[in-house]
Design a binder for this molecule. Sequence first.
Ligand code: BES
Ligand code: MN
Length: 457
Amino acid sequence: MEALEYVEQHRERFLSELAQLLSFPSVSTDPAYREGVAACAQWLMEHLHTLQPTRVELFPTAGHPLIYAEWQRSPELPTVLIYGHYDVQPPDPLELWETPPFEPTLRNGCIYARGATDNKGQFFTHVKALEYFIRTAGAPPLNVKLLLEGEEEIGSVHLQEFLQHNAELLRCTAVLISDTAMYQDDLPTLCYGLRGLCYLEVTVRTAAADLHSGVFGGVVDNAITVLCRILSGLRDGYGRVTIPGFYDAVAELTPEERQALEELPFDAAQLRAQLGAPILFGEVGRNVLERRWTRPTLDINGIIGGYTGSGAKTVLPAQASAKLSMRLVPYQDAEDIAAKAEAAIRALTPPTAQVEIRRLHGANPVLIPLQSPPMQAARRALRRVFGREPVFVREGGTIPVVEWMQRTFGVPIVLMGLGLDHEGAHAPNEHFHLKNFLRGIVASVEFLREYARTHEP
Ligand code: BES
Ligand code: MN
């Protein structure tokens, strides 16, 4: 039976299984959801058991568990390692959801729930592709390994160590990940570059405790004011980062890349309207796609300090902190940038304050060669499924495992995005288009087949 037919026949069950997967509040960042993460991992373990893996195992970590399964056929055949993450972002702000984030709902041809597109709906396409092979042919056409992480949204803090200690277990000839986006609806897309991330928390102290601003204002500095001055010293009005040495390693686009980028259909006015921004922002002389995918940024993600309750309080805050992150591009290095940022922050701190800087997490940017056999197999598979030539894009987001796998295993990677930019990842009313869920299953089947067929040892 063909994959499309199988998918159509089992559509209702696939959707109800996806809804079950989405009903677990597997929020990795907040300890209050610990049970939700564990229950989700347990459900996945049970689900994978039904697919006759030759091995399936839950690996506890110091944080949330990793799930590993394999369908081992023969050492002669190529091996695809599929990666996904079952943890999700917090659902807040809850009041902006039209239906509750962990009560998956079908409407407008989409499934709505936290994690629908990022990343449960996307990785589940591969699980269902495996089911297709197992139920119709007994096994996939090559060796398959599946690694599902529970900490991607918090920087994959325990994954690097796991990769280092389990290189043999994870040995493969290609990696397949669906955790990016299609460039446009109905336009098949392969991603060949991701930005990295350097995440810091900066805390400023100006006194041992909060003070009466009338009694001590004028003789003790204000922690919030100091913090604001430090933060505003880190980038200019166009978003250009002013940390010394920040751009040293940044590579300009090659002429071929620039041309490919300019050939992508793009409408800045439409994007502006869609985002509800008065006017788009960013570095002068660089177009939007270039800024989103190929330029580094610095953003303040949150500020904590002082009195924020209702009414007024005349307080001189002794402490204030900010969460600050920088998106990195080739060939910046997360450690090097962290050190440069720390030096800049210290240099901007006046003698009236003390500053403490914590590194929360980091990941390097990555560029993936387009010519690898699995990438080309993916291109042919997508062309067949979508009836259109796929586009190659870079993306602005970060998936830490990609750079680690490329660097430590030297293995070719395929980023086959099935989501869309406007599906509300990390935002209220996250959803995933059912047609892409179903087509994604077929695309995964076709990719595994095509790669198995054309792989040369
Ligand atoms: N799926 C995203 C990564 C992504 C987003 C890739 C958009 C391409 C386009 C992933 O789940 C994610 O959100 N990653 C975090 C990583 C961080 C916590 C280390 C991110 O980019 O903020
Ligand atoms: Mn995410």
